[in-house]
Ligand binder design. Structure first.
Ligand SMILES: [Zn+2]
Length: 477
């Protein structure tokens, strides 16, 4: 009888000690980092020890396919919403008004609320509405409000900002880690403006880009080192990716340039509004009744110029079903840009091409307690990063174009329920099993000792004290 009571006590103690583990586990945090224009293969011929270590400790995807249009603001808003560009409505880096022909450049467009806040909620707002705390540093879309809300902690870069400055990168890294530690934020999006700038200026195959890739690699090392020194490593997940790649532009008379003004039958007077001289993409709004004329003049005019009426654009590009998209869409093959009256673009590298072009693919790395270790996975579209982030944060996503099934195989607990408790199920199972095994050993020892003592007690009354001594460790268990 005495032994049975002891067994019950031990069982209770085992359960009591094992079960709170799941409740005590801390929520997992997530840092989404974008290195603008980091093409999927930029690490190929550059020494990148920190990126390599990150791949060993976490997950590396072969590449990710950004949405079309492969430019900065549309692609970043896809990361934040999981929506294709036609569905989130941030269709260009530039805000424009076709009635007044007014346009705003990239930076000023960041502050045009109605451009960003047009019906889709970025992950910051969704997470905050579900009780989490979020922040954003320099990430495109940060300056705008959404349904009256912004990320709780945010910083927008000043207009004249040196996106290349490595000292600023380190300061920003420390700032973001302190937001996680001191303000207890759950999710932060962070943006670096390189290697995009260097890729545009010198071309993606230049020694300058290779140097910038080394700087990115040092930044990755510093991000992980700072996370460790701030005591965040065991609960902070990091996803690193980019908005698009970069392609070399053919110049110096190597190719016949695409200049619309020179195309027979095409006339600017037939247009009400246009966006041209913006890399390899363009959009035209013909005057009433002029659409077919403009279309017929441009279609087939240059072997590397693609001309579509909005509704004819291949569905895979997901860039037609939005009223902001103009009636005629132009895009050039990699290596070409679209000029209006005459060439005014002198970048050696460009993006904005078809997202099927390999040079437009972006890199992807992830590391942290949620992610598998040393796993290399195949490519996926960047719309699928959003549901993955919601899953890690344990929040209900908004309606989106992504599919968690296409990214959740990167997680350590592939079949998890989605929230942080789900992610911690496996360690708890092991804890429980270990506790049970320990318990069984103790039961065995108690039972065996008890039997031996019973037999000895029958022979000699003096062993009672010894038995008491042996009992003590069991009661304190
Ligand atoms: Zn970009």
């Amino acid at each position: 009888m005495r032994l049975n009571r002891g067994v019950l006590c031990l069982l209770w103690a085992t359960v009591a000690l094992a079960s709170p583990v799941s409740r005590q586990k801390q929520k997992q945090k997530l840092l989404l980092i974008s290195f603008d224009g980091f093409r999927w293969d930029y690490d190929r011929d550059v020494d990148t020890p920190n990126l390599d270590q990150m791949a060993k400790d976490g997950v590396k995807a072969q590449f990710v396919t950004p949405p079309y249009l492969t430019i900065t603001s549309p692609s970043h808003f896809t990361l934040l919403t999981g929506l294709y560009v036609e569905n989130h409505g941030v269709i260009h880096n530039m805000w424009f008004n076709t009635s007044t022909s007014q346009t705003l450049p990239y930076y000023q467009t960041q502050f045009k609320n109605e451009w960003w806040d047009n019906g889709s909620l970025p992950i910051w707002i969704t997470a905050q509405r579900q009780g989490l705390k979020t922040g954003s540093l320099h990430f495109p879309g940060t300056a705008s409000t959404y349904d009256g809300e912004t990320a709780q902690v945010k910083e927008v870069e000043p207009m004249l900002y040196n996106y290349k400055n490595e000292t600023l990168w380190r300061q920003n890294t420390e700032k973001v880690m302190s937001w996680f530690r001191d303000k207890d934020l759950d999710f932060i999006s962070m943006y670096f403006g390189e290697p995009d700038g260097t890729g545009h200026r010198y071309g993606p195959e230049s020694p300058q880009v290779r140097e910038m890739v080394k700087q990115v690699d040092r930044a990755v090392g510093y991000l992980r080192q700072t996370a460790r020194s701030y005591g965040l490593e065991d609960r902070l997940n990091m996803i690193m990716t980019a908005d698009h790649g970069m392609a070399t532009v053919y110049r110096n008379g190597l190719v016949e340039e695409i200049t619309l003004y020179k195309i027979p039958g095409f006339a600017f007077k037939d247009l009400d509004f246009h966006i041209l001289d913006y890399g390899p993409s363009g959009m035209l709004l013909p005057k009433p009744g002029m659409l077919d004329k403009v279309y017929a003049a441009l279609k087939g005019a240059h072997p590397h110029l693609h001309v579509y009426k909005k509704e004819e654009l291949p569905e895979r590009l997901h860039f037609s079903k939005n009223e902001r998209i103009l009636p005629i869409i132009l895009w050039a093959d990699p290596g070409y840009v679209i000029n209006g009256y005459f060439p005014v673009q002198f970048n050696k590298g460009e993006h904005g091409f078809d997202n099927e072009a390999m040079d437009m693919k972006a890199f992807f790395r992830a590391v942290g307690p949620a992610f598998a270790q040393g796993l290399e996975v195949g490519p996926f579209e960047s719309v699928n990063i959003y549901p993955l982030m919601c899953h890690i944060l344990g929040i209900q996503p908004e309606k989106n174009d992504g599919n968690l099934e296409l990214t959740k195989h990167m997680l350590r607990d592939e079949g998890g329920t989605g929230n942080s408790t789900g992610l911690n199920i496996l360690p708890n199972v092991f804890t429980g099993l270990a506790a049970m095994a320990g318990f069984m050993v103790v039961v065995f020892i108690v039972f065996t000792t008890s039997s031996i003592l019973k037999r000895r007690r029958n022979r000699s009354p003096s062993v009672r004290d010894d038995k008491k001594k042996e009992d003590n460790p069991q009661t304190s268990f």
